[in-house]
Design a protein around this ligand. Structure first.
Ligand code: UD1
Length: 336
């Protein structure tokens, strides 16, 4: 299939482009490069051994998306485009609603105008109203989520459901990501955050590289085995393969699936895995909890296994080793 990846020059998009190519599909990237780089697409193409066309443009403009669909004979769209920083979304809610909701609506409109009916959406475990262990897809989802970023994901899920109810031809998948980490084992592509990373693994990578003084552990008094927060860290290659599986399993209507491992890792376990990869201890200190953080968030991934014949196979240690390889080879990310 010829697949358009909106926001496809980013961390998850580039890995998904490689996975699509490995499964015989033809990825085309549409990205405004506001938080991604052309170099990432070039490297993904080199890994995949094929050309990956890059259309530089805004997925919030239905005419731009429509032109990309027409020019490249697109048969399916994976919609990654959007803003993704929780803290920033609290400070700039309108930008989040405009960009995230606007790009989803424009992309669906352009698809409808061009008769494209296969759609996969990047959602997030953040849509669950009550975080916890072994979350199932039928757990309550709503907009009472504490931050605008999460709300945009839940709202787009509702928009996709409404669009599918109105158009029986639409075949959609909503994929709720847990915590994507890792990098391609080649060390050629990986996560390239701008500024101070918000998320644990990219921050730790910079501590390991000596760019940041010390990891701040946000609380060690949670009701978890070692007192630190527990998350379901999933290797980005497993996540990418989940997109390919979803694309190939699409049926009329909306398929909703968690993409997680089902295993929890604590902040201290991630720290130890990083120390093992680096070969020495890393500076860290315990500080108060980060507001809004849950004690635990892990998936029940059984629906994805049943419906998509997919499951995550890579370990936390592999993901951390791949992160460290990427970090060491690209201390300045894609900036060279
Ligand atoms: C965060 C977002 C979530 C988003 C996800 C992926 C918040 C509150 N949640 O999830 O909406 O979908 O990223 O982008 O921001 N930690 C530290 N020190 C750090 C960073 C993190 O101890 O410097 C801890 C956190 O308290 C948490 C764990 O590490 O227990 C993972 O944090 P993070 O990587 O930011 O992911 P989430 O909080 O799960």
């Amino acid at each position: 299939m010829r697949v358009l990846l909106t926001g496809g020059a980013g961390f998850i998009g580039t890995h998904t482009a490689v996975a699509l190519a490995e499964h015989g599909h033809e990825p085309v990237v549409l990205d405004d490069l506001s938080n991604a780089s052309e170099e990432a697409v070039r490297r993904a193409a080199a890994i995949a051994g094929l050309e990956i066309p890059l259309v530089v443009g805004d997925a919030g403009d239905a005419a731009v998306v429509g032109r990309a669909i027409a020019d490249h004979g697109i048969e399916a769209v994976i919609h990654f485009a959007g803003l993704k920083a929780v803290g920033e979304s609290v400070a700039q809610p309108l930008a989040y609603y405009r960009v995230n909701i606007g790009s989803a609506v424009a992309t669906l409109e352009a698809m409808a105008a061009h008769g494209v009916d296969r759609f996969v959406f990047s959602s997030s475990a953040t849509v669950y109203e009550q975080p916890g262990a072994g979350l199932r897809e039928d757990a309550p989802v709503g907009i009472d989520l504490g931050n605008p970023y999460g709300r945009t994901k839940a709202m787009i899920e509702a928009i996709v459901a409404d669009a599918a109810a109105a158009d029986p031809a639409l075949r959609a998948a909503v994929l709720r990501y847990f915590n994507p980490i890792g990098a391609h084992p080649s060390g050629e592509i990986g996560e390239d955050p701008k500024g101070v990373p918000n998320n644990l693994v990219p921050f730790l990578a910079q501590v390991a590289a000596g760019e940041r003084a010390s990891l701040r552990i946000f609380g060690d008094d949670y009701p978890t085995p070692d007192g630190t927060g527990v998350r379901d860290y999933i290797h980005v290659l497993d996540l990418a393969e989940g997109h390919v599986a979803a694309l190939e399993a699409l049926e009329p209507g909306v398929l909703v699936a968690n993409l997680g491992t089902g295993r929890g890792g604590s902040v201290l376990e991630v720290l130890r895995a990083f120390e093992a990869a680096v070969g020495h201890d890393l500076p860290h200190e315990v500080v108060p909890r980060r507001p809004g953080d849950a004690a635990i968030s892990t998936a029940d991934p059984s629906r994805a296994h049943e419906l998509l014949a997919w499951r995550a196979t890579r370990t936390l240690d592999e993901a951390i080793a791949d992160t460290w390889r990427w970090q060491q080879r690209n201390p300045r990310g894609f900036r060279g």
